[in-house]
Design a protein around this ligand. Structure first.
Ligand code: GDP
Length: 449
């Protein structure tokens, strides 16, 4: 096993930077870095040391600590070096460690090693990743629950029950010449139904769990000058999230990440898209259509202080094919729109971007179709599509086994589905996950984690 090295703190300048090493040569590399071949540190204690460049000149004064295997995050021998958070010093430290035999770590390689050494299972490792990526308190709470082993803990009794069923069927296969006695068969069916019920209830939490972790995409559409940018700025000014960079923002649209009632919302304003005269209807349709394809919900805006235009009607009609909320803006001005009938079957909120009136109702209306998850009282939620997919596959394998039992099929046939279900559950926690899938999962981690 080689020794890996990485910067564990975020890139760019900071007060303190941390470089970590993991692997059998960690202590030797640390000794080389501080030019003290006889350094025998007490584990988990801090030591003030000096690191020199190869020329012998001082690079930085640092705090170092050492972790003895297996009492470390990865379960291997580890060393950590806290230096000043200068990208230049961190870079030089990495170079020096590499010259002494360390290899740059791949994304998530420290956590992968922790998994391989039995320090945590796969769902816990994914919890580490999700905690680092969490955009809201609610998402962080769920990630921490997973990190603390709640998901694997919840699956364990189910896996155990399934193994018991398999053992019963297999012994029937071995020792009994005749078919399964009817009492035994009906008990197995009952147990199987119970397991299917547990898995399907867990899988059903994915609707809320996904929204909590990944959030929703909301796009504001509407004719020019109805107040799209004003509402966008209002919502962003009030609810901007800590993490604000959103990939794929084009010149014509701007996006910001906000948090509405604990749910991350990527809000996009299409105000920059203007249609040329004569093309209004066509563009209105196409634009709304495109926004709908890329969003979980459309926020359609109209101007309540003016007569409703053909463009408004076209956009509303187009939005009706998808989840949408209609915000009739400028309610601080006299109402002049003629929208009766047009708004039927839609959720309509009267707002004013100028006074802020109706914004709370608008927020509630945007969130409402996605289920209101109270993160404080919600139980364990499935937040990861990989887990959801495997739960569903386990469930459907069990259902086919149950059908076979109903048809009094041979135990061998019934067992096939039970074994697959057990394998799918094991893939969630990493017990039976293939190496290429593990590599793919860990590639979504940060380097240094
Ligand atoms: P967009 O083209 O849809 O993005 O519209 P803007 O946000 O640029 O707003 C167009 C005009 O309407 C601007 O002059 C705004 O000041 C005005 N406006 C926007 N919202 C309101 C509102 O709620 N009440 C009033 N009275 N004026 C508004």
């Amino acid at each position: 096993m080689d020794t890996i090295v990485a910067i564990a703190t975020s890139h760019g300048r900071s007060a303190i930077g941390l470089v970590r090493l993991s692997g059998p040569s960690s202590l030797n590399i640390l000794r080389g870095l501080i030019h003290d071949p006889l350094f025998v540190p007490e584990p988990r204690k801090l030591f003030l040391k000096q690191i020199r460049r190869e020329s012998g000149e001082l690079l930085d004064s640092v705090l170092v600590s050492y972790f003895e295997a297996p009492h470390s995050f990865t379960g291997e021998e580890m060393a950590e070096i806290s230096c000043h958070g200068s990208p230049l010093i961190l870079r030089r430290l990495l170079d020096l460690a590499q010259n002494l035999g360390a290899r740059l770590a791949e994304p998530g390689e420290f956590t992968l090693r922790a998994c391989k050494n039995g320090k945590m299972n796969l769902t816990q490792a994914e919890g580490v990743r999700d905690l680092i990526n969490a955009q809201t308190d609610a998402a962080a709470v769920q990630a921490l629950r997973q990190l603390n082993g709640e998901l694997s803990g919840a699956l364990q009794p189910t896996q155990h029950k399934l193994i018991q069923i398999i053992v019963r069927l297999e012994s029937a296969l071995e020792f009994v010449e005749d078919d399964l006695p009817p009492i035994e068969a009906s008990q197995i069916k009952k147990d199987l139904l119970e397991v299917i019920g547990i898995l399907s209830r867990l899988a059903a939490t994915f609707g809320s769990g996904r929204v909590l972790r990944d959030g929703i995409k909301v796009t504001i559409v509407g004719a020019p000058n109805v107040g799209k940018s004003s509402i966008f700025n209002r919502l962003v000014g009030r609810d901007r999230a800590i993490v604000t960079d959103i990939a794929g923002t084009t010149r014509d649209t701007i996006s910001e990440l906000i948090v509405l009632r604990g749910i991350p919302v990527s809000l996009t304003d299409t105000a920059g898209i203007r249609s040329a005269a004569g093309e209004i209807e066509e563009l209105g349709v196409e634009r709304t259509h495109r926004a709908a394809a890329d969003s979980d919900l459309l926020l359609v805006m109209t101007d309540g202080s003016k007569a409703t235009t053909a463009e408004d009607l076209v956009i509303i009609a187009e939005a009706k094919g998808t989840k949408h909320v209609i915000a009739v803006n400028k309610c601080d001005l006299p109402f002049r729109a003629n929208v009766d009938g047009v708004l039927a079957l839609s959720k309509v909120v009267h707002v004013s971007a100028v006074t802020g009136e109706g914004l709370d109702q608008l927020t509630a209306a945007i969130i409402e179709p996605f289920g209101t998850v109270d993160s404080e009282t919600a139980g364990l939620l499935i937040t990861d599509s990989r887990h959801y997919d495997l739960l569903r596959r386990a469930q459907s394998s069990l259902e086919s086994s149950r059908e076979l039992l109903d048809q009094s099929a041979s135990e061998e046939l019934v067992l096939v589905g039970l074994h697959s279900a057990l394998r799918f559950l094991g893939e969630i926690t990493g017990e039976t996950t293939a190496d290429d899938i593990l590599a793919e999962i860990f590639s979504s981690f940060c380097i240094g984690k």
